[in-house]
Structures are given as structure tokens and as C-alpha cells.
Design a protein around this ligand. Structure first.
Ligand code: PLP
Length: 391
């Protein structure tokens, strides 16, 4: 593994495990390996630790512990929400979602279409916002579920989830939100929000990969996605990932404790970084509404360069960031989110997402700002389109 210093600006992809979180989980990998379903204390004690973790993640959401179902990841939670809504409403075969959801919703919806369901993908406008009037009109008597993400992972654009939940409930329709990018960045209160189901993934908040949750509002009919044992009160079978669940609980506690301080600091750091890039590098634009937006995310179009080339040069100076593009079988497909916002393929292929986190420092931003203008200039010098802009 490389020992190069890392400047990590990809916290929407995943986050570093907090040292406090690692300390909390290690005993459950090393010593307390009993199965929580066992009758002897060595096992059942781990069950008590799951109970404590459940209370902690519930507190992060202002939910009741009984409303939390631990899963293996955000993807599973999203799949489980879609599955449950259809399974509990056999007469309803329509799903309403948006064109900018994570692939954990979009690809499951593509599968459901093949199974005979109808799916409506709501468009977004140029700054990534939804037309709520259109959303309202698109809910049908046979809509089993409306699933709209709380905040977009590529642009950070935040949707008005409370209003959307109210529209859905005025039509007696279930509402799920993929809130994977939200914890630690915005206050979360499921009681105020009134969503029926909500997805989180622990690795976005300084806990390890491979554990997530689905919040299921009390008295919501639920049909499990994974069938087997009686774990999670019969709502998700499979021996619990005890160490990671404990870690999730600790990470939720930290996110609550440090929220105000970190959130203000990260927002300011992101603002400084974004303003300096937009002012200092010509032919750059921010993608997505300035507000409401996650405080840590900045998606910027660098015209006349390919994002993949920028990322490779950033990598050489230890900077980790993401492109808005997904690489599919060797051909560069522009991001579906940016495409849905009407951004041209040429521009979309030059977009970079910088996503900050609690461990980023002023000095790291200085490092990025020092090198980025030269990197972009270098790439424009060798690009035919970039050369033309110099006349
Ligand atoms: N939803 C959103 C908005 C995400 O950003 C991600 C992760 O990138 C997921 C779902 C999937 O989460 P996981 O990686 O835990 O499956």
C-alpha cells in the first residue's frame, strides 16, 4: 500500500473510521464473538450491545429504537424499502422516484420494470431541484411507494423532504427517503419529517462499510427482504454484524455530539475552497443549487478537460476526489445526475465532486488550491478544445 500523504476530499464516497469508533468495535471482533441469539451470557451479552447501538442510532434520527432495522448497507435498505412497499400492497404496481437517485434505487427500479411494475422517474431542473407540483400530480391510486432521496450524493442538492412526505400522506401513499448522505451534515428528525421509511449507511459517518439501517415508522406494514432467522424482530434475517452495529452506534453518538461545531467549520472550509476555485480558474461553474445544499459538497465543472485526467493528476499529489461520471465498460458515460440537470455531455465529462469531512483541515484545502489551477491549465494546454479558448 502507498505511503503517500492523502488529502481526502471524497467523503461522500466513504469516510475514515473514527478512532473512537474503531476502539468501540474492536472488542467484538477480538474477544466478544458470541452469537447474539445464543442463550448463554457470552452470546446474549452481545445482544445487549446491539440494543444499546440501536438506541444510539435511533437518537440520531429522533426515532424509537423499535423503528430501526439494521441491514448490511444503504443499498440493501433501499432495495428492502421498495420490496416491502410492493409486497404489502399487492394491488399497487407503480413506483414514483426521481431521475437523480443513487443506483441502489435506480437499478432496483429497472429490475422491477422487468417484473411488470411501472416506474416514473421525475425530472429535475437545471439546478437539480424537483417540481413538487409535478410530483403531486404523478402520484397515482396504484402508487405503492414514493422514494425520493433527501440529499444528492453527487451535487449535495437537498430536496424538501418534509413537504414531499406531506404530499404523499395527503394521498395515502407510502414515502421512503434515501438519507444516506445526510447524517452529520444536517439535523435529522423523523418525527418532524414523517417519512414512512428511511435509509442510512454507516460508512458515510465514520463507521465501517457493510452496515446500514432502514428506519420503518411504527405501525408501517413491513415485509422483510431477507428471509431466514428471527433476527431484527423478524424484519431482517441473518446473524447480526455485531462489531459493525456497535461501531454504527458509536458513530451516531459522535455525529450528534460534534454536529454544530463540525458543520459550521466544514461549511466555511467548503465555501473557501469553492469560491477560490470558481474565482481563480476560468471556465468553471458550480453544478446544482447553491442552497439548500449539503455543507460539505461541491461539484464543479471544469470546461475543456476530462475529469478522469484531472483525477489522475490530483492523485499524483495525493488528492482523492471523484468525477461525476461512472466508468462503464471502458467508455465514459456522463453522470446520470448531471445529465438529468440538462448539463451537456461535454461539460459533464469535466465535472469533479469534492466532498469534505470532519478530518479536513485548512492546510489540506491550501494544498488543493495551490495545485489545482496548474493541473487544469496543463490539461487545457494539451486539449484541442482548451487550446481554442486561448485564441
Ligand atoms: N444512497 C446514496 C445516496 C449513496 O450515496 C450511497 C453510497 O454511495 C448508497 C445509497 C449506497 O450505500 P452503500 O454503499 O452502503 O450500499
Amino acid at each position: 500500500m502507498s505511503r503517500q500523504r492523502i488529502y481526502y476530499f471524497d467523503n461522500n464516497a466513504t469516510t475514515r473510521v473514527a478512532p473512537e469508533v474503531l476502539d468501540a468495535m474492536l472488542p467484538f471482533l477480538r474477544d466478544h464473538y458470541g452469537n447474539p441469539s445464543s442463550v448463554y451470557k457470552f452470546g446474549s451479552q452481545t445482544g445487549h450491545e446491539i440494543k444499546k447501538a440501536r438506541a444510539k442510532v435511533a437518537a440520531l434520527l429522533n426515532a424509537a429504537p423499535g423503528e430501526i432495522v439494521f441491514t448490511s448497507c444503504g443499498t440493501e435498505s433501499n432495495n428492502a424499502a421498495l420490496h416491502s412497499a410492493l409486497a404489502t400492497h399487492p394491488g399497487k404496481r407503480h413506483i414514483l422516484t426521481t431521475a437523480v437517485e443513487h443506483s441502489a434505487i435506480l437499478n432496483h427500479c429497472a429490475f422491477l420494470k422487468k417484473q411488470g411494475c411501472e416506474v416514473t422517474f421525475l425530472p429535475v431542473d437545471a439546478d437539480g431541484s424537483l417540481d413538487l407540483h409535478l410530483l403531486d400530480k404523478s402520484i397515482r391510486p396504484d402508487t405503492a411507494l414514493v422514494s425520493v432521496m433527501w440529499a444528492n450524493n453527487e451535487t449535495g442538492v437537498v430536496f424538501p423532504i418534509e413537504e414531499i412526505a406531506a404530499i404523499c400522506h395527503s394521498k395515502n401513499t407510502l414515502f421512503h427517503t434515501d438519507a444516506t448522505q445526510v447524517p452529520g451534515k444536517m439535523k435529522m428528525d423523523v418525527k418532524a419529517l414523517d417519512a414512512d421509511m428511511l435509509t442510512l449507511s454507516a460508512h458515510k459517518l465514520h463507521a465501517p462499510k457493510g452496515v446500514g439501517l432502514l428506519y420503518v415508522k411504527r405501525r408501517t406494514n413491513f415485509q422483510p427482504y431477507l428471509l431466514g432467522g428471527h433476527q431484527e424482530h423478524g424484519r431482517r434475517a441473518g446473524t447480526e454484524n455485531v462489531a459493525s452495529i456497535v461501531a454504527f452506534g458509536r458513530a451516531a453518538e459522535l455525529a450528534l455530539d460534534h454536529f454544530d461545531l463540525e458543520n459550521t467549520r466544514i461549511r466555511a472550509l467548503r465555501g473557501r475552497m469553492e469560491d477560490a476555485i470558481l474565482a481563480g480558474i476560468p471556465n468553471t461553474v458550480r453544478n446544482g443549487a447553491r442552497e439548500p445544499r449539503l455543507p460539505n459538497t461541491s461539484n464543479i465543472a471544469f470546461d475543456f478537460v476530462e475529469a478522469e485526467a484531472t483525477l489522475l493528476l490530483l492523485d499524483q499529489i495525493g488528492v482523492c476526489a471523484s468525477s461525476g461520471s461512472a466508468c462503464t465498460t471502458g467508455s465514459l458515460e456522463p453522470s446520470h445526475v448531471l445529465t438529468a440537470m440538462g448539463i451537456s455531455p461535454a461539460r459533464a465529462r469535466g465535472c469533479i465532486r469534492f466532498s469534505l469531512g470532519i478530518y479536513n483541515t485548512e492546510e489540506e484545502v491550501d494544498h488543493l488550491l495551490k495545485h489545482l489551477p496548474q493541473i487544469i491549465q496543463k490539461l487545457r494546454d494539451i486539449s484541442p478544445a482548451g487550446a481554442k479558448t486561448k485564441g
